[in-house]
Every structure is written in structure tokens, then in C-alpha cells.
Design a protein around this ligand. Structure first.
Ligand SMILES: C[C@@](CO)(OP(=O)(O)O)[C@H](O)COP(=O)(O)OP(=O)(O)OC[C@H]1O[C@@H](n2ccc(N)nc2=O)[C@H](O)[C@@H]1O
Ligand SMILES: Nc1ncnc2c1ncn2[C@@H]1O[C@H](COP(=O)(O)OP(=O)(O)O)[C@@H](O)[C@H]1O
Length: 284
């Protein structure tokens, strides 16, 4: 095999509780991750000269800082392979939206190149390499919906309902670091036991970043107010994307059809197995 094309799906944080703060300033979380059957696509073409190239360059992200290149270089360093790759990215996910697109791209690169280069690292080792690139990378490497604890890297598989979602992207850029450093952030939500997350209904939980984000960004508040008219709606990650949950595709699409003009987003299904892992299994 000299070329593979793989999905790089989005994630939602169905809830996100901040339960404390570590000595290094990072926040301890409890969060329920689920994948969407919607995202970016990456194509990897084998090179035998060790070079890594990426096209197209993302606006505002020089290739040297792109998580795709950084993941590929980490895999080269960890395995000592002499192989390289030409990588093409079809970007669909909004950047910095709380959908984990960059982390997902890093995970797809680690799994995709491990396959193409036949470097045979275990999923556990790939998740370790990924964690050094971002707290959200391990869940994408593992490919199972999960309760994430620690900074999101301690994962316990979970099976939330595979509902349909309307995802909206208010036109604001939100920095994760800014939200986590806000003095008004709730940082003492009591830890929940794992059992409710297994049962999968996240409706009794919340996103602890939501109040701060709504105060700072009225566009997010107005989108949440609008979407909440149709059912439960919530922020994912530190935003800016929000999601509404619906039991059927038809209901999700009818709400989507009524969205105010000028707001972007998409309709997608929540899935407990990553589309990336599904595709990789088909290849082997
Ligand atoms: C909040 C979450 C939830 O899934 O998602 P996103 O909104 O990014 O998608 C993640 O935990 C985000 O993880 P990640 O995107 O890897 O964050 P990083 O770039 O490592 O962190 C940016 C900055 O946010 C702060 N930070 C991040 C994670 C965390 N658990 N505590 C923190 O205090 C730190 O100041 C850090 O320097
Ligand atoms: N391949 C990539 N795709 C998206 N963003 C990337 C990528 N590589 C680096 N980044 C940087 O990571 C930041 C966070 O991106 P992303 O993971 O999409 O959002 P979030 O963490 O909010 O879910 C971007 O704003 C961008 O600067």
C-alpha cells in the first residue's frame, strides 16, 4: 500500500465539569467525549526519502506548527523509520471551535502513518505520543466514546445514545487558555461517579465553561438561546461551537432549516466508535 485516505472526525464534549486545578495550573476535568460522523479527511502518500510535506497550509498555522506535521515527526523520532509522506488535508471543521479538529488531525496522522509505514506501535504508545501534542489527542487515538478524567487523558469507555446533533459555529474566536484563566470560572464541581456516564444520558450535566463564554461572547449566548428553544443545547469544549441534541435526523434537519441567516454549522450523528477506526478496520 502506498496511499491511504482516512477520516479525521470531530468530537463533542457532551458535558464538561471542572473538578479542580493541578499544581501546574492545568485544570482537572470530567468530560464525556463522543465522536461525530463528520470531520476532515487526510490523505497520506508514501515517500521513501523521509521528507514530510503538507498541503494546503492552514491560514494562521505555519506548517511547522501544524499538529499533522508535529505528529508525523514524533512518530518518525519514536520509530526511527526512514520513510516520509506527502499529506493532503481537506479541512471541514472550524478551527478553535471546541470540536477538536487539530487533535483529531494529529491522531489520524499517528494511526495513518503507523499503518502506512508499518511501524507497528501499539495504540497505547500512540496515545502517549499524542498526549504530548494535546490533551484531546488520546481519545481520538483510542477511538471510543469515553469519560475523560485528569486533563482528559484518563479514559473510561462509555456508551451515550447515538443521537443527532445540530452544531452551530458563532463567528467568534475563543482561546482555550483565556477561558481557563478566567477568574469567574467554576472550578469546584463535585466529582461524579462513573456509573451515570455509562448510562449515557448527559442531560443532567453541564459545561462549566459555558457561563464565562456566554458573558464574554454575546454571539454564543444568543445562539444558545435560539437553539435551546428546540431542545437541550450546550457548548462543546471551551467553544465557540454549540450543539443541540435530537433523537432523529429528521428533527435535527428541520431545526437546521430554521437557523438564522449568517450562522454556519452542520448536522451530524453522534457515534461511539470513531469513523477513523471503522475505516482502518476495513483496510486490514
Ligand atoms: C477544553 C478541551 C476539552 O475537550 O477542549 P477544546 O475546547 O480545546 O476542544 C480540552 O481539554 C483542551 O485541551 P487542549 O486543546 O489540548 O488544550 P491545550 O492546548 O493543551 O491548552 C491550552 C491552555 O489551556 C489551559 N488548560 C488546558 C486544558 C486543561 N485541562 N486545563 C487548562 O488549564 C492551559 O493554560 C493551556 O496552556
Ligand atoms: N491541523 C490542525 N487543524 C486545526 N488547528 C490546528 C492544526 N494544527 C494546529 N492547529 C492549531 O490548533 C488550534 C486549535 O484547533 P482545534 O483543535 O481545531 O480547536 P479546538 O481545540 O478548539 O477544538 C487552532 O486554532 C490552530 O492554531
Amino acid at each position: 500500500m502506498t496511499e491511504i485516505t482516512l477520516p479525521s472526525p470531530a468530537k463533542l464534549n457532551l458535558f464538561l465539569h471542572i473538578t479542580g486545578r493541578r499544581a501546574d495550573g492545568y485544570h482537572e476535568l470530567q468530560t464525556l467525549f463522543q465522536f461525530l460522523d463528520y470531520g476532515d479527511t487526510l490523505t497520506f502518500r508514501l515517500r521513501d526519502d523521509g521528507l514530510i510535506s503538507l498541503q494546503p497550509e492552514l491560514p494562521g498555522v505555519p506548517n511547522g506548527q501544524n499538529l499533522i506535521i508535529r505528529a508525523a515527526e514524533r512518530l518518525q523520532a519514536a520509530t526511527g523509520t526512514s520513510l516520509g509522506a506527502d499529506i493532503t488535508l481537506d479541512k471541514q471543521l472550524p478551527m478553535g471551535g471546541g470540536l477538536g479538529g487539530g487533535s483529531s488531525n494529529a491522531a489520524t496522522t499517528l494511526l495513518g502513518l503507523n499503518h502506512l509505514w508499518q511501524t507497528a506501535l501499539t495504540e497505547e504508545r500512540l496515545a502517549e505520543l499524542g498526549l504530548a501534542l494535546g490533551a484531546d489527542v488520546p481519545v481520538f487515538v483510542r477511538g471510543r466514546a469515553a469519560l475523560g478524567e485528569g486533563v482528559g487523558e484518563k479514559l473510561t469507555p462509555a456508551t451515550p445514545p447515538e443521537d443527532w446533533f445540530v452544531v452551530l459555529k458563532p463567528e467568534v474566536e475563543i482561546s482555550t487558555a483565556d477561558i481557563f484563566s478566567n477568574p469567574g470560572l467554576t472550578r469546584n464541581t463535585p466529582r461524579i461517579t462513573i456509573a451515570p456516564a455509562f448510562e449515557g444520558d448527559a442531560s443532567g450535566y453541564r459545561n462549566d465553561c459555558e457561563d464565562v463564554v456566554k458573558q464574554l461572547y454575546p454571539e454564543v449566548k444568543s445562539s444558545l438561546d435560539w437553539l435551546s428553544r428546540f431542545g437541550p443545547a450546550r457548548l462543546t469544549g471551551t467553544g465557540a461551537c454549540i450543539f443541540g441534541r435530537f433523537p432523529s435526523e429528521a428533527e435535527a434537519r428541520s431545526v437546521w432549516a430554521e437557523k438564522p441567516t449568517g450562522i454556519t454549522g452542520f448536522v451530524a450523528r453522534g457515534v461511539n466508535r470513531s469513523p477513523l477506526h471503522k475505516k482502518l478496520t476495513e483496510l486490514t
